[in-house]
Write a protein that binds this ligand. Structure first.
Ligand SMILES: CCCCC/C=C\C/C=C\C/C=C\C/C=C\CCCC(=O)SCCNC(=O)CCNC(=O)[C@H](O)C(C)(C)COP(=O)(O)OP(=O)(O)OC[C@H]1O[C@@H](n2cnc3c(N)ncnc32)[C@H](O)[C@@H]1OP(=O)(O)O
Length: 177
């Protein structure tokens, strides 16, 4: 597959900028009570550094993060990486995950997610999640294919009441490209 490495979009947040939620009600980055509350900082290339603290509500086995919620954290990091550096929304088409170490409750997963290439609407992204700090051992790895979509995608498929809410209050969304 021929891919291109796109330039960092001129309106992408400056390196070191902490990103706001892309959508106020997002489970990954928004205000949901049991959500992941991920914090993301733009890197100086086509990458983001995110943190996800594993809380009580995120368990799958006693004291350990649920694997599906870890996938959710990577979905969030990878989708935001695509959206941030291309400045257009992208939805998950495919997401592969390797679970290399258990992730305990109370631990913080440090995720670096990178935009690896673009081919038409397809955006290839990958990420490593580390324990015990940004240089710690890798616990989870993921690779994703995201597909860029127009905003109409959400208007067409989303629940009408939520579309009406963001239409009435556009500040619930990060950007209207
Ligand atoms: C909220 C908007 C805010 C705007 C903000 C903008 C920037 C700000 C920054 C950040 C925010 C941005 C994003 C949000 C971040 C994270 C949230 C997490 C992401 C999610 O949680 S998102 C929910 C789960 N996700 C879905 O809900 C998708 C359901 N699905 C569909 O809606 C369709 O399925 C779609 C649209 C994917 C494609 O449909 P379509 O008809 O438009 O296009 P088509 O099928 O032609 O695919 C085009 C090319 O992608 C290839 N392709 C497609 N799927 C593939 C697969 N699975 N494997 C291999 N290749 C695949 C085709 O093979 C073709 O390739 P080719 O061009 O080479 O032929």
């Amino acid at each position: 597959m021929e891919t291109e490495l796109p330039p960092r979009h001129p309106e992408a947040p400056a390196p070191g900028t902490e990103l706001g939620p892309h959508y106020a009600k997002c489970f990954g980055c928004g205000e949901q009570p049991d959500g992941l509350h991920m914090r993301m900082v733009a890197g100086d290339g086509l990458y983001l550094d995110s943190t996800f603290k594993v809380l009580e509500a995120h368990q799958g086995a006693p004291g350990l993060a649920h694997g599906g919620l870890l996938v959710c954290a990577f979905d969030e990091a990878l989708g935001t990486t695509a959206g941030t550096f291309l400045r257009r929304p992208a939805v998950t088409g495919k997401l592969d995950t390797d679970f290399l170490r258990p992730v305990p409750v109370d631990s913080v997963l440090h995720i670096r997610s990178t935009l690896d290439g673009v081919a038409g609407r397809k955006v290839y992204v990958s990420a490593d999640g580390r324990l015990d700090g940004p240089e710690g051992p890798i616990a989870v790895k993921a690779r994703g294919l995201f597909v860029t979509v127009k905003l109409e995608h959400f208007a067409k498929h989303g629940r009408a009441s939520d579309i009406a809410a963001v239409t009435a209050n556009p500040s619930m969304l990060e950007v209207n490209p």
